[in-house]
Design a protein around this ligand. Sequence first.
Ligand code: ATP
Ligand code: MG
Length: 219
Amino acid sequence: MKVAGVQRSFPVGGSTLQVLKGIDMEVPERQLVMLKGRSGSGKTTLLNMLGGLDQPTAGEIWFLDQPLHGWNDAKRTELRRKQIGFIFQAYALLPLLSARENVELSLRMAGVPSAEWKSRVAYCLELVGLGKRMDHRPGELSGGEQQRVAIAKAIAHRPRLLLADEPTANLDSQMGAQVMAVFRSIIETEGMTICMTTHDPTILEVADHVYEMVDGRFV
Ligand SMILES: Nc1ncnc2c1ncn2[C@@H]1O[C@H](COP(=O)(O)OP(=O)(O)OP(=O)(O)O)[C@@H](O)[C@H]1O
Ligand SMILES: [Mg+2]
């Protein structure tokens, strides 16, 4: 993924709030790239645009040599379902579905043949240490366990790019390290590329590259 001169501003009240002020970055294939920066610096705003959830006010975003910044909603949604995995700051699990069914949903949305669902879901939930919790609903799981289901859900359809907003925020340091080991192993075994945000200095050490955001710019 290549980002050039990306700006994003929002209309607030009668004026315009400039949140991203010209971002240039590169997320090379099979790398783990991290964004750090203070609360409100613009990390989530940028991640949303990398995943095609939002569009820049100015600038370009290229994904696999395709101009994401010029695409309409429908085309970006299609790309997201198949090629991108998302882990949001608040885990987006459906409360009435079990862990297994939540993960299965992303396979269904990506058009993966149903014959492959069972083994892939089990594999992904085992990868995050939840093989024994597959039939629990989110309300029957701890916060950290829910976060790990969200991770399994985000990688199940083998996206080319995984975008993760503070994926270890609610985990203890041991589980955080385990999640980072999972990330490392899916980069190796599945050729995935990961871009994530974090505040945790011990986790930043695992990155191939760290970008620091200060007030809408990289420093
Ligand atoms: N839709 C919006 N309309 C107006 N302002 C917004 C909007 N989205 C974000 N902002 C503002 O942009 C700034 C950056 O927000 P963002 O969520 O990207 O920060 P962040 O770096 O992810 O922070 P945190 O570490 O707390 O998650 C904030 O000041 C926020 O209020
Ligand atoms: Mg954020």
